[in-house]
Design a binder for this molecule. Structure first.
Ligand code: BES
Ligand code: ZN
Length: 651
C-alpha cells in the first residue's frame, strides 16, 4: 500500500509541475494585460472616487483576492513548525516558504496575512539564515495585511516567525465546555475561502499550489491531524509530523487538535472524533468506502491515498469541508439513520472536483461546487438509488428557486463577478445547484455515456491544476460540443455560465414520492383527509422535508398544534427536519417551539441551519427581542465566521 502510494505521489508531482509551467506562461500573459489595466487605473484616477481607486489598485491580475505577487514568484513548498498554545489562543512558530522566480530581478516576495504578528523574517542564502527586511501593511477589511519581504539575489527560501491572534478568522478555539467530552480544549482551522492567511503567511490564492510538511506541538494528551498523511496509530506524545507531497491550493491547508480517537472503517477510510461520539459516527458513515469505490468507478482513481473524516464540534460553521485526505464534518448530520450522508458524498466528490481540478480564483467557485454537487448526487444514486437522488435534487432546486429571489441579481450568475467583495459574502446555493443543474442538463442532452466519459477526461486533463471558467469553456467546446455538433448551442452554454437568474431550459427534477406527498398535502389542506390518513408511516426524512417546506407559511395555530401533537416535530432529533419545522413555526407564530429553538440556536453553529432562523426572528418585534437575547448567549460559542454573518443580522 505504502509503495503504491509513493508511485501515485510522484506522478502527482509531475502532473503538478506540468500544471505550474502552464500556469506561469498564462500568468505572464495575464500580467501583461494587467499592466495595461493598471496604467488605465492611474490615468483614470481623477475620474473615479478615492475608495474605488484603492479597490482597483489592490487587484491582482490572476486572483484579485490575494496581494501575492503570483506573476513574479511561484510558491512551491511550505515547512511549518508550530506550537498550539491554548492559553493564548495562538499558533506560534515559523514557516519556511520555498519558491521559484518567474522573472529576472524579482526584488520582493509579497504574502497575504490577516491578524498575524510577524516577529522576524530570515532569508536562506547559501544555506545560511540571514536577517531579512519586511513590511507589514495596514489591514484591509477583506484582504488582510500585505506582507512584503525584501529578497536578495539567490534567495529562494524565506522563514517567517509569527504568532496568530486569538481572533484569527480561520481558526476556532474551543474551551473544554464547548466540546463533547468537556475535559479538553479543541482547535480547528477553516481556510476556505481566504482565511489560510490568518494562520499561515502565504500567497493565499487557489491559483497557487503548494506541497507542505509540518511539525505541530500540542499539549501531550491531545492529537493533531492535518490535511496530509495522518498516521492512524500515531503515539500521543505532543509532537506530530505531517507530509502533504501533492500540490494543493492554500485554502486546503487544514489542522485540527483535540481529544481525538481514531476508528478505521476500511483499509483506507476511518474517522477521527471525540471518544464519546466515535461509535455513532462510524455507524452513520460506514458506507464511506463504498462511496470511494463507486466514485472511482465513475470518474477514475482516488489519487490521495487515505480518505478519513474528522468530526468537529457542532460549532463548525459549515456542513463539511473537503480538506484533502481528511474531510472536516459537522456532527449535526449524525442522524442515526444515514439520512444526511449526502454530505460525505459531497466532500468526497471534491477529491475530484475541487481538490484535483480547482477553481483558479473565487469567481470560478462554481467549477468547484457545481461539479461537486453533480458528482455527489451521482454517488448517492449509485448507493441509494435513483429515487433518493431525485428527491435530493428536487429539495436543492426548491431551495435554489427560493434563494435567487432574495439574492442581488449579479450573484445569480455562475461565473460571478465579485468586484473585490469578500467571497464569503457572495456565498449562496447558486454555484452549487445552478451549477449542478447545468451539468444535469448537459448529461441529458449528450447522454450519460458520453457525458461520463467527458468528465473522466476532464478530471484527468486538469488534474492538480487550478483552472478558470474560460479554460473550462474552451475544453467543453473542443471535447464535447464540437465532437457532437448540433446537440446544444454556444448561446445556451453562454446563458448558463454568464447570464443571471435561472434559465428556462433548467431541468426540473421531480420524484414520484414527492408527487404523492404533494397530492396528500393538497387533500389534507382542503380537509379531504385527516392527519391519520396522510400516510406518513413510510416517509423518509426527505419526504418529511418536502412536506414541511411546502406547507403554507401562515398555518393556523390549531393546525400547527395538531401536526406537532401527531408527529412530534418540535422534538425531532433530525437537525434538518427540526430546522424546517422551526422555520415554519416562526412564520406561523407557533410559539410552543421557542424553548426548542433556543436550545437549537445555542447548541449548533452551522450557518446554513441557524442563519435563516435568526433572519426569520428579526421579522417581528418579539422575535427580534428573542433573537438578541439568545444570540448574546450563543455568540461566544460560534465560529468567527458565523459571528461575522450574524452580527450583520441580529442588530
Ligand atoms: N467547500 C465547501 C464549504 C465552503 C465553501 C467553505 C465556501 C468556505 C467557503 C464544502 O464542500 C461545502 O460545500 N459544504 C456544504 C455541504 C453541502 C452542500 C452538502 C455545507 O457546508 O453546507
Ligand atoms: Zn462543496
Amino acid at each position: 500500500m505504502k509503495k503504491h502510494q509513493h508511485i501515485i505521489y510522484s506522478l502527482a508531482v509531475v502532473a503538478a509541475l506540468a500544471g505550474c509551467q502552464q500556469e506561469s506562461k498564462e500568468a505572464s500573459e495575464k500580467q501583461q494585460n494587467a499592466e495595461a489595466a493598471t496604467s488605465e487605473v492611474v490615468t483614470n484616477e481623477v475620474e473615479v472616487s478615492k475608495a474605488e481607486t484603492v479597490v482597483r489598485k489592490k487587484h491582482n491580475p490572476i486572483d484579485d483576492h490575494t496581494y501575492g505577487n503570483l506573476h513574479e514568484v511561484d510558491l512551491k513548498h511550505l515547512d511549518l513548525d508550530l506550537t498550539v498554545d491554548f492559553e493564548e489562543k495562538s499558533l506560534k512558530g515559523f514557516v519556511d516558504l520555498s519558491f521559484d522566480r518567474l522573472k529576472d530581478n524579482v526584488s520582493e516576495l509579497i504574502l497575504d496575512t490577516r491578524d498575524i504578528d510577524v516577529s522576524k523574517v530570515e532569508l536562506n542564502k547559501n544555506d545560511q539564515w540571514i536577517a531579512g527586511e519586511f513590511e507589514l501593511a495596514e489591514k484591509d477589511e477583506v484582504m488582510g495585511s500585505k506582507l512584503t519581504i525584501k529578497l536578495e539575489e539567490g534567495v529562494n527560501k524565506v522563514r517567517v516567525h509569527y504568532a496568530t491572534q486569538p481572533q484569527a478568522s480561520g481558526l476556532q478555539w474551543l474551551t473544554p465546555e464547548q466540546t463533547d467530552g468537556k475535559k479538553h480544549p479543541f482547535m480547528y482551522s477553516q481556510a476556505q475561502a481566504i482565511h489560510a492567511r490568518s494562520f499561515v503567511p502565504v500567497q493565499d490564492s487557489p491559483a497557487v499550489r503548494i506541497t507542505y510538511n509540518a511539525t505541530i506541538r500540542t499539549p501531550k494528551e491531545l492529537l493533531a491531524v492535518m490535511s496530509a498523511f495522518n498516521e492512524p496509530d500515531t503515539a500521543l506524545d505532543g509532537e506530530y509530523h505531517f507530509e502533504m507531497p501533492q500540490a494543493i491550493p492554500t485554502y486546503l491547508i487544514a489542522i485540527g487538535v483535540g481529544d481525538l480517537k481514531f476508528k478505521a472503517m476500511s483499509d483506507r477510510t476511518g474517522v477521527y472524533a471525540e471518544p464519546a461520539i466515535l461509535d455513532a459516527t462510524v455507524a452513520e458513515f460506514d458506507d464511506t468506502e463504498e462511496m470511494v469505490k463507486v466514485t472511482e468507478e465513475l470518474y477514475g482513481p482516488y489519487r490521495w491515498g487515505r480518505y478519513d473524516l474528522l468530526i468537529l464540534p457542532p460549532a463548525f460553521p459549515y456542513g463539511g469541508m473537503e480538506n484533502p485526505r481528511l474531510s472536516f464534518i459537522t456532527p449535526t448530520v449524525i442522524a442515526g439513520d444515514k439520512s444526511l450522508v449526502s454530505l460525505i458524498a459531497h466532500e468526497l466528490a471534491h477529491s475530484w472536483s475541487g481538490n484535483l481540478v480547482t477553481n483558479a480564483n473565487w469567481h470560478d467557485f462554481w467549477l468547484n461546487e457545481g461539479f461537486t454537487s453533480y458528482v455527489e448526487n451521482r454517488i448517492m444514486e449509485e448507493l441509494f438509488g435513483r429515487e433518493r437522488a431525485l428527491m435530493e435534487q428536487s429539495l436543492s432546486v426548491q431551495d435554489l428557486r427560493q434563494a435567487v429571489q432574495d439574492l442581488p441579481t449579479e450573484y445569480t450568475v455562475l461565473n460571478v463577478d465579485l468586484k473585490g467583495a469578500d467571497p464569503d459574502d457572495a456565498f449562496s446555493t447558486v454555484p452549487y445547484t445552478k451549477g449542478q443543474m447545468f451539468l444535469v442538463w448537459l448529461e441529458e442532452k449528450f447522454g450519460r455515456e458520453v457525458f461520463d466519459a467527458f468528465l473522466v477526461n476532464y478530471f484527468d486533463h486538469f488534474a492538480f491544476q487550478s483552472i478558470t471558467t474560460q479554460q473550462f469553456e474552451t475544453y467543453l467546446k473542443e471535447n464535447l460540443l464540437d465532437k457532437h455538433p448540433g446537440v446544444v448551442t454556444d448561446e445556451q452554454i453562454h446563458t448558463w455560465i454568464h447570464e443571471p437568474m435561472l434559465p428556462e431550459m433548467m431541468p426540473n427534477p421531480t420524484s414520484d414520492a414527492f408527487e404523492v406527498v404533494d397530492a396528500k398535502t393538497k387533500q389534507l389542506l382542503s380537509g379531504e383527509i385527516t392527519l391519520d390518513q396522510l400516510g406518513t408511516e413510510e416517509w423518509t426524512v426527505h419526504e418529511w422535508l418536502h412536506f414541511i417546506n411546502n406547507l403554507p407559511a401562515g398555518l393556523p395555530q390549531d393546525d400547527m398544534m395538531a401536526l406537532d401533537a401527531k408527529f412530534k416535530l418540535t422534538e425531532s432529533t433530525n437537525n434538518e427536519i427540526a430546522h424546517a419545522w422551526l422555520l415554519l413555526s416562526l412564520k406561523a407564530g407557533y410559539d410552543v417551539v421557542m424553548p426548542r429553538l433556543q436550545d437549537y440556536l445555542i447548541s449548533i453553529g452551522r450557518r446554513k441551519l441557524i442563519v435563516p432562523l435568526y433572519k426569520q426572528l428579526m421579522e417581528t418585534e418579539q422575535g427580534t427581542e428573542f433573537a438578541k437575547r439568545v444570540y448574546k448567549v450563543a455568540r461566544p460559542g460560534y465560529h468567527p465566521l458565523a459571528q461575522a454573518t450574524l452580527d450583520e443580522v441580529v442588530k
